[in-house]
Design a binder for this molecule. Structure first.
Ligand SMILES: [Fe+2]
Length: 237
């Protein structure tokens, strides 16, 4: 989904970091040579893929706030966590510190990925394309039945913190509406193709505590082009 965030191309910058004391610690006859620190390229933020003045029913103010405070904040936090992990001596670091940082890394990573999907899912008032519509008929009994389920899940999460995700499961070759608390619970092995943000920052500024009104607006401004493309990419193989 994020070719420019693809981190397969790693590079080692250990020699320089170890030389200035940021590597895995000094070498000794007992420990063997110091492990070079793994320095990964930083995550880069994507631009907002929508016109924040043109999402019917949601204000420009909440769109900009959501993008800057929550999305850009997640990317910045993720890079800070990655810097700490890159220079951490795993053999000497207490387990609770490892657990904490890896948990925060997962939260920030999923926040980045799901927010990118969320913003790319918003725009015009459109309909699913023919392939995705056929899959929704197959897996939910119809687009309207899917819509009522997805809407009810959003309303049920109102006031909490989480996501509602239309997700494709390669295992069963079917679509699933997945409940997700925080940023950490997604269908194992599944790939979300439509993300509804149910954190309060997504609606409080415009709708107050009326999360259901935000859900209704979201359902009207889904830009189906993104979900159509992702569904096609996942099922074409
Ligand atoms: Fe959000």
């Amino acid at each position: 989904m994020n070719t420019d965030l693809d981190r397969r191309h790693l590079f080692l910058a250990g020699a320089g970091l170890a030389a200035i004391g940021l590597g895995a610690g000094p070498a000794s006859a007992v420990d063997g040579p110091a492990q070079p620190a793994l320095k990964l390229p930083p995550y880069t933020a994507k631009p907002l893929p929508l016109d924040p003045q043109k999402i019917a029913g949601m204000s420009e103010r909440i769109m900009i706030s959501h993008y800057e405070n929550n999305y850009l904040g997640a990317v910045k936090r993720l890079n800070s966590i990655a810097d700490q992990l890159a220079t951490m001596d795993y053999e000497k670091t207490p387990g609770f510190v490892v657990n904490g940082l890896k948990r925060e890394e997962l939260i920030a990573t999923n926040s980045m990925i799901l927010h990118e999907l969320f913003f790319s899912n918003l725009g015009d008032q459109s309909k699913p394309g023919p392939d995705l519509e056929a899959a929704m008929i197959r897996d939910f009994g119809g687009v309207e039945r899917w819509r009522s389920q997805f809407t009810a899940m959003g309303r049920a999460e109102g006031g909490g913190s989480g996501w509602v995700l239309l997700t494709y499961s390669p295992r069963d070759k079917r679509l699933v509406n997945a409940w997700a608390a925080d940023h950490t619970t997604t269908l194992a092995g599944g790939t979300p193709i439509l993300a509804m943000d149910m954190y309060e920052h997504a609606y409080q500024m415009d709708f107050g505590a009326k999360a259901a009104n935000y859900v209704d607006v979201f359902m009207k401004v889904i830009r189906w082009e993104t979900a159509d493309r992702l569904y096609g990419d996942l099922t074409r193989a």
